[in-house]
Write a protein that binds this ligand. Structure first.
Ligand code: NI
Ligand code: MN
Length: 226
């Protein structure tokens, strides 16, 4: 599986057969100068919660890709009313999709659309596809529930964790989260997009390194193989 970082919590995931976008936020990202929202045609869109820095480009991308939107029940209902196809889930549930198995896990955060519509409970996801397991934390605090993830889902190949602080975990708490989920390969996200979440990259990487972990901070548009 190939994952391309598109800024904030937006990921472009290519499995052997399917293309998935997580949390489309491309056109309004103030630090994205290269990636164009019109270049993506995902089969599926996975949404962690309804905040604008996660859903701003959902309608554009879902129209281009004729994509199925996977999220909590409330978010899927919101887009259903606008004519988009979706698959509603909720915390604790798993489902076998054509691309693989997705498990909805706890995220401690909030979730509301920009128009004030309630966005249900925020979630993280465990994606199992092509024989690999990836934890996508979404916007979340450090939570003890993260310890359940390796217990229930087994060894992770990658954890995508927010590291920008202020709205989510910061570098130190994300490093503890990496311990909780027993994963040494971390893709950092949700940093640098806005002034309150700017981080010192070298200090962040060094903090993880001292704790025996590899923190990857990709440029927008850069990819890794899982
Ligand atoms: Ni948020
Ligand atoms: Mn956010």
């Amino acid at each position: 599986m190939k994952i391309t970082y598109l800024g904030q919590n937006c990921l472009w995931i290519e499995t052997e057969e399917y293309k998935i976008m997580v949390d489309p936020f491309i056109s309004g990202n103030p630090i994205n100068h290269n990636i164009k929202v019109n270049d993506f045609y995902p089969d599926y869109i996975i949404l962690t919660h309804a905040h604008q820095d996660h859903v701003a480009d959902v309608e554009t991308v879902a129209t281009l890709g004729n994509s199925k939107i996977i999220s909590n029940f409330e978010i899927v209902s919101y887009y259903d009313k606008k004519g988009f196809q979706g698959h509603g889930m909720n915390t604790g549930g798993s489902f076998e999709f054509p691309f693989g198995k997705l498990t909805c896990v706890v995220a401690h955060h909030s979730s509301v659309f920009v128009d004030g519509t309630y966005g249900g409970n925020p979630n993280g996801y465990i994606l199992q596809a092509d024989g690999k397991k990836v934890y996508i934390a979404g916007d979340t605090a450090l939570t003890y529930d993260m310890r359940l993830i390796p217990e229930m889902s087994g060894k992770l190949d990658l954890a995508v964790l927010p590291v920008g602080d202020n709205f989510t975990m910061g570098v130190e708490t994300a490093c503890v989260a990496a311990d909780f989920v027993k994963c040494d390969r971390i893709l950092g996200c949700h940093y640098d997009t806005f002034p309150p979440i700017e981080i010192d990259h070298e200090a962040a990487i060094e903090h993880f390194r001292k704790n025996g972990k590899d923190l990857l901070l990709l440029d927008i548009g850069e990819s890794l193989e899982v």
